[in-house]
Design a protein around this ligand. Structure first.
Ligand SMILES: [Mg+2]
Length: 263
């Protein structure tokens, strides 16, 4: 049965005892940022404390964000114990005081811009580039500005006819050369630094995290409670969902990992 057709999502607290015990083996938590580490758009002290506690217990934490390389660099610089992150939905590895590194072929941002201009000129798109574009190395993002899905589907078809992908979040519209896959980026980087994917837990809240939830990739995939009502938009669903939303869900996962290690 397709995973999206599952009747229920398993709560994290109902994970089988053997899998709960195996959470002690988790060596890395790859976490989305907006809506997963944040609550109502802000990073609060409880989430920072949960990151600190994981790192102190020997569990690495990698932010994996759709935000620009420049913003993720600031995040990695200031979050306690965090030494690297993934930006722009997995296009780049970011380590403070190093030039961001492409995990695949660099995108041709000028080409993406030209497609954006074509959508505006020939399809009445009215797209406006986001203000933080100067921090984005490979991703081209526009304000979604309340566009509905019918309009986005129309623009997606026009973008695809011009040879690029158009995707959206609740706030942005992106033009991309490949469909973003945060999970593939985490796997690539984990392979490079020698972390067994079976020892990785991933956590996210929204459809742009679907790559983090692909079955068979990671030891444990976790959605925040927010995934429940968006399930129709996920090509892959997580193994479990937390009982809490947003950052409280991340904290719930952190506490479960720490409890298993104390076990
Ligand atoms: Mg998110």
């Amino acid at each position: 049965m397709d995973s999206t057709a599952r009747a229920t999502l398993t709560p994290l607290r109902d994970l089988e005892p053997e899998r709960l015990r195996r959470m002690r083996e988790i060596a890395l938590v790859a976490t989305d940022v907006d809506g997963t580490l944040t609550r109502s758009g802000k990073l609060e002290s409880a989430a920072v404390a949960a990151i600190r506690a994981l790192v102190d217990a020997g569990v690495a934490v990698w932010p994996v964000s759709g935000r620009p390389a420049g913003e993720v660099m600031g995040l990695c610089r200031y979050l306690p114990g965090v030494v690297r992150g993934l930006a722009e939905n997995g296009l780049l590895e970011v380590i403070p005081d190093r030039v961001p590194r492409w995990l695949g072929k660099p995108t041709d941002k000028a080409r993406l811009r030209r497609v954006g201009e074509l959508l505006n000129a020939e399809h009445g798109a009215g797209l406006e580039v986001v203000a933080d574009d100067f921090c984005r190395l490979g991703d081209l993002a526009f304000e979604r500005a309340g566009r509905g899905e019918d309009e986005l589907l129309r623009l997606r078809a026009a973008a695809e006819a011009a040879g690029v992908h158009l995707i959206w979040s609740n706030v942005h519209v992106h033009l991309a050369e490949a469909i973003p896959d945060k999970g593939a980026a985490v796997l690539q980087l984990a392979g490079e630094v020698g972390i067994d994917p079976a020892r990785i837990a991933t956590v996210g809240d929204a459809p742009n995290d679907a790559g983090l939830f692909v079955g068979g990739r990671f030891g444990l995939t976790v959605g925040t409670a927010d995934v429940g009502h968006q399930r129709a938009y996920f090509p892959s669903l997580p193994d479990v969902i937390t009982g809490e939303r947003e950052a409280a869900g991340f904290i719930e996962l952190a506490e479960a990992i720490l409890a298993a290690r104390r076990g």
